[in-house]
Design a protein around this ligand. Structure first.
Ligand code: ACO
Length: 464
């Protein structure tokens, strides 16, 4: 595992095939490393350049007058074995092999050749057939994907390259914070299990997301064993594709993995305590909730919804029932407290309806009541945009209230449904560590995922 650490925290990295043409794959990888200001030394290997983007370039790995711990190999498949041989002589610890053209196209022989050379020298391999690896605590972006990554606590491991690259762009736009993104490709050596073991211990990662199509043959038991341990410490959320019969066949022609029966995977994921998301957006919705939560301990007698709209309240109530999130039956005493926080025509039942005429102060008071009651397990605060209540002011009010009064670290999330200004409100809240969702169902499903995880690790002490 010490060697796998070098994948993420190398002292020095060399891009073999760092093209002078910055539109070629090797050129983009070098450029992403340079522009993200990698916290280590960068070298280029190119037969004809002395320097690319200010990075010293050498004709061969063996010419680099320094130790190299991690190489990213961006030259055609046929030439990879000789590079790994050189890497072995150079004392390289880990190689990320970008090239396609191995097992996935029937060249298992070439892949095996590379693996054998690597084994001879004790080099670990990520790939082949990958877009690379990102580790934001080190400003490491050794990929040919998006240049900008939003930093955070979610590590995302993907068996699909194109999906991973698309999600690099999407998470950046949505400001979803990542500690890492790893393209796993053919998983000829380093696989999801090895990577998850690293992230289990990584202090910069709070939650692991996994896009999986299949495991190597005979890996099922190891997966359950290892992930059962990891999920005791950190939540793992998986999206396992190839659920339908046709989907299974599509997997075979994509990564060549045996997708296996979906029921088998479903039961393995459950046994391992891995949460299963049904789509990528849901995976990141849940991951965001986990990444922003300070504690996975849940007490009280049920969850509370605070809203300024009856309709949104009903939607959230339905979603709670469908997702197994227990809502609090508000007792008379607490109703009295909630009633003081709203206009006379509001409702102190759960959902607590502050009405469309509520102001920032109403929200703050209602949130305080919910935070201070021992009965309340967690809170979803919902806001539908109305003319008289500015979402930016509300966001500032909510953030400040949570900072001051959420002493027992109850899980809280927010819904901001509306236009441009709600986007600004969303940013303010998320900068303050409060997860925000655009519609009630997504917030409730994410709160329910947190509750489910809390149950998995035996930290849900609800007295219902
Ligand atoms: N050592 C160092 N540099 C070398 C060597 C060598 N032995 N041989 C060639 N180079 C240099 C080349 O001179 C070139 O640099 P230059 O442009 O300055 O002259 C550079 O390395 C690249 O070599 P090319 O032969 O031009 O290779 P090209 O960039 O066309 O393709 C690549 C290489 C990207 C690895 C390609 O073969 C490939 O496999 N592409 C697919 C990658 C992929 O999709 N991976 C899966 C990702 S996941 C997904 O689906 C998105």
């Amino acid at each position: 595992n010490l060697i796998i650490e070098k994948l993420f925290k190398p002292k020095s990295i060399a891009v073999v095939g760092a093209s002078r043409n910055l539109e070629k794959i090797g050129g983009v990888i070098l450029s992403n490393l340079v522009k993200n200001k990698f916290n280590g030394k960068i070298y280029a290997v190119n037969p004809s350049a002395k320097e690319i983007l200010g990075v010293p370039s050498y004709p061969s790995l063996l010419d680099i007058p320094d130790e190299v711990e991690h190489i990213v190999v961006a030259i055609p498949a046929e030439k990879v074995p000789e590079i790994i041989e050189e890497a072995g002589k150079k004392g390289v610890k880990v190689a990320t092999i970008i090239a396609s053209g191995f097992k996935e196209v029937g060249r298992a022989d070439l892949e095996e050749k590379v693996v054998n050379i690597a084994k001879k020298y004790g080099i670990r391999i990520l790939g082949p057939n990958v877009f690379g690896v990102v580790y934001t605590p080190m400003n490491l972006n050794a990929t040919f994907g998006a240049e900008h990554i939003h930093k955070g606590k979610i590590a995302f491991l993907t068996q699909s390259g194109a999906l991973g690259i698309a999600l690099m762009h999407w998470t950046s736009m949505e400001k979803i914070g990542l500690s890492s993104i790893v393209s796993m490709g053919n998983m000829t050596d380093i696989d999801a299990i090895d990577l998850a073991k690293f992230f289990e211990k990584d202090e910069n990662t709070k939650v692991i997301g996994l896009y999986l199509e299949g495991l190597g043959t005979g890996k099922g038991h190891e997966f359950i064993e290892v992930f059962s341990e990891i999920t005791k410490k950190k939540p793992v959320i998986a999206l396992k594709a190839g659920r339908s019969e046709r989907g299974t066949r599509a997997v075979a022609s994509h990564t060549g993995s045996l997708a296996g029966s979906d029921a088998v995977y479903d039961s393995a994921l459950k046994q391992a305590g891995v949460l299963r998301a049904s789509d990528v957006e849901q995976l990141f919705n849940w991951a965001k909730m986990m990444a922003f939560s300070e504690s996975f301990e849940i007490n009280g007698k049920g969850f509370v919804i605070i809203t300024n709209g009856g309709g949104m309240g009903v939607m959230a109530t339905d979603a709670s029932e469908f997702n197994g999130l227990p809502l609090l039956e508000v007792p008379e005493e607490l109703k009295k407290e909630f009633r003081k926080t709203m206009p006379w025509f509001g409702s102190p039942n759960n959902p607590v309806d502050l009405t469309g005429q509520s102001n920032v102060q109403n929200y703050i008071e209602a949130i305080k009541v919910a935070l201070e009651s021992e009965l309340v397990s967690g809170i979803t605060v919902m806001y539908g945009e109305v003319a008289f209540l500015d979402p930016v002011e509300l966001a500032n009010g909510i953030a400040k209230t949570l900072k001051e009064y959420n002493k027992s670290r109850k899980p809280v999330n927010v819904v901001m449904l509306g236009g441009e200004k709600t986007k600004m409100g969303t940013e303010i809240l998320e900068e303050n560590g409060v997860p925000v969702y655009p519609i009630p169902e997504k917030a409730i499903s994410s709160m329910a995922a947190l509750y489910k995880y809390s149950k998995i690790i035996g930290k849900a002490n609800l007295k219902i």
